[in-house]
Design a protein around this ligand. Sequence first.
Ligand code: HEM
Length: 445
Amino acid sequence: MNRQFVPPYPPRPARPVATWRGFFGERTRTSVYGWSERAFEIDYLKRDILGFRVHILLDPDLIEHVLLDNAANYVKPDIVKTLLDPIIGSGLLTSDGALWRDQRKIVAASFSPGAVEAQRSMFVQAAREAMSRWSNGRHDMAAEATRTTMTVIALALFGGDPRLISETSMAHIAAAIEGFSEARMLALLRLPQFPVTPKGRAGKRGQIFLRHTLAEVVDDRWHGRVAPDFLTGVIEALRQRFSDDEARALAIDNAATFYLAGHETTANAITWTLFLLAAQPGLQDELAAEAQTALDDGVDDAAERVPRLRLFLQESMRLYPPVPRFDRQAIAADRLGEHDVAPGDIVSIWPWMIHRHRKYWSNPDAFEINRFADKEGQHRFQYLPFGGGPRTCVGAQFAMAEALTILAIWLAEWRFAEAGHTVRPAGMVTLRPAGGLPLRLEKRA
Ligand code: HEM
């Protein structure tokens, strides 16, 4: 019955939209807006944007070449570093070369399967805390998901530090993310980052608040004022390799990196999944029954016993990838198929387009729960919610276990129904429903 359900996506003009249109209207706020049908059919697109040559790769072989085979030639773009520097500095996400390798080594153990297993009770605690706030009626599930994943990150990586779960933090983060479109525009125009609009200024205040709070959080661990946690381990490892000043700066950069990269994305994955569940009540009831059975056999490891919910989540991240686009910059000249890449060129990878590409998916805009039941014939670089190659998301297993645990616990007890809100994807860096996701909640009998 749900096989042909086609959830909303931005209108697609028949012909490519002119580059200058990217500087006006919805395109400045929503990266997935304004792409023509052709972008979902062809292998490659080239754009020249204010002196940046951008190669958009829409062929999994080309993506594999950039992310894996010749990964050493493709680094995080200067413009991305400039943009993110005031928030996450030179932490794991935005560094390259030896500095990236050192940091990846330091944190890798904390995200191994064994380490994720040890975090599962925190996913449960955060999921239950959220439910304790609910009653029958309307709730913004985007905000609920954000608060919950923020709680998880604070518990799992920062010893439950209350400064990182406050309403003030949530508001400042939301402002910092909102202010991003203006910051991107200033960076594209190579202008200094002095925001001019109220949204831009609120974003700047959000960034400053975050950095200040995280500096306090780091200093408490640096001086042994709180019980050791993930961040304490990162600080100790950094102090063995770097001078005190460098180590402190990198500790704050990574605290910000993990705090932000570790909760916004997972919150969006949960939000889109709840939206798709609310739109398909029959499937939702089936998954609720699966979750109840899984939870009867133990709560902490329930994520391992919800195979249909896992398939649902995978399909949800195909249709609404929490990170719809990420980029690289070429160090040396290269060739991508028949296209020449010059040093300094940007290479852009779009889960949004490759996940809905006509060549690689049947009925690509339709929700199909069984799409990942048999991956026969799927190229491993045609589905990239967590990226790919050596820079693949370090928190991927953590995020999957977290999202499945939270969703299973919520679904087992609550029914989520549409509340008359029109959903529209929005966002420049991450993809979320514009204006949140109000749903009607009803406690299951
Ligand atoms: C559904 C949830 C998530 C999604 C969709 C997601 C997506 C991604 C993607 C696409 C990348 C690669 C970006 C690139 O190659 O340029 C990435 C990297 C990264 N993610 Fe995630 N992420 C999620 C959850 C998490 C969590 C829970 C954490 C940490 C607790 C995390 C931390 C990071 C970090 C630190 C990197 C940089 C890794 C590196 O460059 O070595 N992410 N993520």
